[in-house]
Design a protein around this ligand. Structure first.
Ligand code: NAP
Length: 294
């Protein structure tokens, strides 16, 4: 195996520690205690684990965590009323509504009801527009983490050929904007792209955000390229259990790449750490303080 393995877990631990130190400084200097409210509807086990981790890591970073579990049967009106209360609550600086939401609720309506200043997931159209036009914005956590991982390998992404496979609103599209802000040359591939292997082979950095287990093969990777694998796919393993794999065939790609993120242990831990960063940034902006140094 030739590639350097990018240790997302260690990089995320370091980032959370820096957030914690900044929270401590803000408390001492300004009496500011950043607070994150997380709304979880229903009993989806994967979402529940994710929300538990968020609450735990929020508290470990010295911030306040407010959990709002709601039944699967919640009405759209009740959910919107909760968002309105959280928008008005001065102890809450970040609001996250865990997706997916049940069928009776219009997700876009709920996400658009969150005060953009508290939109720590960065999904509000105002933040998407601000990011696209180069204004300061709260940015979706997963793409933010992807760029941090790429910059853990390359101090600057300027002029590099970056290929993003996937164009979703939560990963691919904001990632494209963040990479443009880093002055990378960006190509976006999707399900209608012709000759995807040839497109990926051009890349100095590949970001795979597709949701198809091990779709990106080793012989698609330019020798020495950096590979950031966003995919989280559960597949059956030979022993009848299941395991998590990414969108990249890791063992093959690691033979060719210069650096690669593992799954799990790559992008995943960065997503929650970036949520802490966004909560801290939101708290500073709401209080009129300069952006924190993380
Ligand atoms: P999504 O909304 O389903 O979008 C998938 C994208 O991949 C779409 O743009 C789609 O193209 C494209 N695509 C699908 N099949 C393709 C193919 N055969 N060739 C080329 N492109 C193809 O998924 P997502 O929400 O962005 O998530 C992507 C992956 O990242 C999933 O595995 C998800 O679990 C994972 N994820 C991980 C984290 C994390 O914290 N690590 C966070 C979020 C998501 P079209 O637009 O043409 O349909």
């Amino acid at each position: 195996m030739a590639a350097h393995i990018i240790d997302g877990k260690a990089i995320a631990t370091d980032l959370r520690a820096r957030v914690g130190a900044e929270v401590e400084r803000l408390r001492a200097a300004h009496g500011l205690e950043p607070g994150l409210a997380v709304v979880l509807v229903g009993e989806n086990p994967a979402s529940a684990v994710y929300v538990r981790n968020k609450s735990k890591q929020t508290q470990e970073a010295g911030m306040r965590s407010f959990d709002h579990p709601l039944p699967e049967s919640v009405s759209e009106a009740d959910l919107l009323a909760l968002v309105a209360r959280l928008n008005a609550d001065p102890a809450v600086h970040g609001i996250l509504v865990q997706l997916p939401l049940p069928r009776q609720v219009d997700s876009q309506k709920v996400l658009s009801a969150i005060d953009p200043e508290k939109d720590v997931d960065g999904f509000h159209p105002v933040n998407a527009g601000r990011l696209a036009t180069g204004l300061p914005a709260l940015t979706p956590c997963t793409p933010l983490g992807c760029v941090m991982l790429a910059k853990a390998v390359h101090r600057s992404l300027e002029g590099m050929e970056a290929v993003v496979v996937g164009r979703s609103n939560i990963v691919g599209k904001p990632l494209i904007q963040l990479l443009l802000n880093e002055n990378a040359t960006v190509t976006v591939a999707h399900s209608r792209t012709r000759d995807l292997p040839a497109v990926v082979r051009r890349a100095d950095i590949v970001f795979a955000a597709v949701g198809k287990p091990e779709m990106v093969r080793g012989d698609w990777i330019k020798p020495g390229a950096t590979v950031i694998d966003v995919g989280i796919n559960r597949i059956a393993s030979a022993d009848g259990k299941s395991r998590i794999v990414g969108d990249v065939a890791f063992a093959e790609a690691a033979e060719v790449a210069g650096a690669i993120t593992p799954v799990p242990g790559g992008v995943g831990p960065m997503t929650i750490a970036c949520l802490m960063v966004n909560t801290l940034r939101a708290a500073c902006a709401i209080r009129g303080l300069p952006a924190p140094a993380v």
